[in-house]
Write a protein that binds this ligand. Structure first.
Ligand code: SAH
Ligand code: MG
Length: 215
């Protein structure tokens, strides 16, 4: 299974979405052509609604790629925000920088270049929202590095948590992904049972977890 949602259902939901702004559409086309795994359209829409409600001033993102999600966030918030995003792939960094400049987001979005395991230790301050969207086997490790930086009342969003359905059922697991799947399940178990989080796992896109930090 490559997709966790019935295709007819997904197509229907997508058909209800408004067309993206031109600059986002350009990025979506680039991502499509170059197989860059940007957020699924219906997840992007969910995030837009959440951003409008939550109005985060400071966002920390792990996994920038070409800058699509961070620019989507900044645009949704009319640039009333500061975003720090981490990326280790040099080609992605180069493209993301080019995009931030081209579309005018250099003042709002700062890229930390390097492995999140190192870079997150250098991040100072606290955040209203954290978006985890990097190596799927490392979410718990990222979580441990960022959770103290999330404010009380803050929102933690974790993307690709169902990982093509493999996390939900062994039936879909391919052998070389076994370790990643095991780690993701243990991460989801952790954020679902943690006393100071209220977590909801949502089966749209590739699966997304929303966690509210209570204290
Ligand atoms: N958030 C982006 C997509 C991110 S794709 C969007 O929706 O537009 C995941 C990215 O995480 C990839 O570009 C990959 O290079 C990066 N990544 C994976 N593991 C990482 C790590 N440990 N440190 C930094 N970046 C990482
Ligand atoms: Mg993702």
């Amino acid at each position: 299974m490559s997709n966790i949602v019935d295709e007819l259902v997904q197509d229907y939901i997508r058909s209800t979405l408004k067309e993206s702004k031109t600059f986002l559409r350009e990025l979506e086309e680039y991502a499509d052509k170059n197989l860059v795994p940007i957020v699924h359209k219906e997840v992007a829409q969910l995030l837009k609604v959440l951003l409008k409600i939550h109005k985060p001033k400071k966002i920390l993102e792990v996994g920038c790629a070409i800058g699509y999600s961070s620019m989507l966030f900044a645009d949704t918030l009319d640039k009333n925000c500061e975003i720090i995003t981490v990326e280790r792939n040099e080609k992605m960094i180069e493209k993301a920088k080019e995009n931030l400049k081209k579309y005018g987001f250099e003042d709002n979005i700062k890229i930390l270049e390097g492995d999140a395991e190192e870079k997150l230790k250098e991040v100072e301050g606290s955040f209203d929202m954290i978006f985890l969207d990097a190596a799927k086997g490392q979410y718990k490790l990222f979580y441990d590095l960022v959770i103290d930086k999330l404010k009380t009342g803050g929102l933690l969003v974790s993307d690709n948590i169902l990982y093509k359905g493999m996390v939900a059922s062994d039936k879909y697991v391919i052998r070389r992904k076994k370790t990643i799947v095991k780690r993701m399940r243990s991460y989801l178990d952790y954020i679902s049972n943690c006393d100071y989080l209220d977590t909801s796992l949502i089966s749209i896109g590739d699966g997304v977890a929303l966690s509210y930090k209570k204290y």
